[in-house]
Design a protein around this ligand. Structure first.
Ligand code: ARG
Length: 461
């Protein structure tokens, strides 16, 4: 029937439920533009192999242009009787150039090599956009870090106060994983840039077509080395699903921090009106919905990866129809990030931080205890003993209901004889932060170097 590519050996059409199960136009139509691009390259290959005359070739290309126009304007779309994007577009081409010429295009190719090529071409374009939008989030973090250079905050491990850090240092700690995600996307492009066209159903083509020429025509860097692998491999799709899930996980961690910072208890930051939502009943509410949706969607992105890997596990070579199930999860992951990333950039870029509050809390929770120990080490006390003495200072303060910066010279002899008055000089947030000036550390000089390094990365990204 129309829009079906395989009627010959069958005495009748498929059962309704068979067709309903098989049909994929509701999700693969988004590949239509890539299918037409593939058809142009394939028409060129047929012509070079002498299977299309010069006239047929130019009529075919003109027909494909017209079909592309009809698809773009919505004049042509999948009909309920079309099984998939390939069948629908063959029907559309025949509408334009007639059944005779339209029927020549399928020679030497199979939907198996077509779909594998289309998905790779589509993913190459899409991940480029994801990388650009990720840069927007990185830039929002970078400019907030730049703006707040010098503002201290409590650094936490296990959610407990650990050591004072600069707010900019923390913000940049959320930026670097996203830089690595962009690097992952770029690296993945190398594996996506290999064209399966010419693999045909699995064994390759007998019609004298040149897969390398088709690959070059389509902007791929080469064609596949093995036609069976070319049609059956979806590891590149799974890898894309992984990187997208990793982006989700990285954004989820950032979101968790933003949510925490914006609580009354922390009071480190306030969300901009445009990037938060209210409550239908509680008039005072300003909810961190962007961050919560990021956290929630990361679960969905992980699910898409896990589902795809489960689909691929245990499939025999070569093409199996199970492979059609790769599309909805990867499309969904892309769609989710495409709406999420601009909102994340907006939310992060418009956060108002409260330096008084973060500074006030930076030395609390005995977060300068390590500095006491480090000071003792500089006085040649072995670190194990220094750790004990600093711990005793914390215990002493706890008993008195004070914190380490509140110690006076009179307190010191009650703790340990090794504690000279000099230690009181390092018991400041500023001193503790400034002392960690080695590469990667929290001192302003190191964070400024980091900012420059990040800007360099962004320029080359
Ligand atoms: N729709 C299929 C897919 O997405 C491609 C068509 C191959 N179908 C087939 N019966 N060989 O993988």
């Amino acid at each position: 029937g129309e829009g079906m590519l395989w009627g010959g050996r069958f005495s009748g059409g498929p059962a309704d439920a068979m067709f309903a199960l098989s049909k994929s136009t509701q999700f693969d139509w988004r590949l239509a533009h890539y299918d037409i691009a593939g058809s142009r390259a394939h028409a060129n290959a047929l012509q070079r192999a002498g299977l299309l005359t010069g006239q047929e070739h130019s009529d075919m290309l003109a027909g494909l242009d017209e079909l592309d126009r009809r698809v773009r304007t919505g004049e042509f779309g999948p009909a309920p009787t079309d099984e998939d994007v390939h069948g629908a577009l063959e029907r559309g081409l025949m509408d334009v150039v007639g059944a005779e010429l339209g029927g020549r295009l399928r020679a030497g190719r199979s939907r198996n090599d077509q779909i594998a090529t289309l998905v790779r071409a589509y993913l190459r374009d899409e991940i480029r956009v994801v990388a650009e939008e990720l840069l927007g989030v990185i830039d929002a973090l970078r400019s907030q870090a730049d703006k707040h250079l010098g503002v201290p905050m409590p650094g936490r491990t296990h959610m407990q106060h650990a050591q004072p850090i600069l707010l900019s240092h923390e913000l940049l700690a959320h930026a670097w994983p996203l830089v690595r995600d962009i690097d992952r996307l770029r690296d993945l492009d190398k594996r996506l840039a290999v064209s399966p066209y010419g693999s045909s159903a699995l064994a390759g083509t007998s019609l004298g077509l040149d897969p390398e020429a088709v690959a070059a025509d389509l902007g791929f860097s080469s064609s596949v080395s093995n036609s069976i692998d070319g049609t059956a491999a979806r590891d590149q799709v799974a890898e894309a699903a992984y990187v997208l899930a990793q982006i989700g996980v990285d954004l989820s961690r950032l979101s968790e921090d933003v949510i925490t910072w914006c609580t009354v208890e922390f009071g480190f930051a306030t969300l901009a009106d445009a990037w938060s939502t209210g409550s239908s009943i509680m008039p005072q509410k300003k909810n961190p919905d962007v961050a919560e949706l990021a956290r929630g969607k990361s679960g969905r992105l992980i699910g898409n990866l896990a589902g795809l890997l489960a689909t691929l596990k245990g499939l025999p070579l070569a093409y199996d129809r199970d492979l059609q199930e790769d599309k909805e999860p990867i499309f969904d992951s892309l769609d989710q990030l495409r709406v999420l990333l601009p909102a994340m950039a907006g939310m992060v870029g418009t956060l108002t931080f409260h330096p008084d509050r973060t500074s006030e809390l930076a030395p609390r929770g005995f977060s300068l205890a390590t500095d006491v120990a480090d000071w003792l080490v500089r006085q040649r006390v072995p670190f194990a003993q220094a750790h004990e003495i600093a711990g005793a200072a914390v215990r002493y303060c706890e008993g008195k209901g004070i914190d380490l910066p509140d110690l006076t010279p009179a307190d010191l002899p009650h703790i340990a004889p090794e504690l000279g008055e000099g230690v009181l000089q390092v018991l400041t947030v500023e001193g503790a932060i400034a002392s960690r000036s080695a590469r990667g550390g929290t001192a302003a000089v190191a964070v400024r170097a980091q900012l420059e390094e990040l800007s360099g990365e962004m320029d080359s990204a």
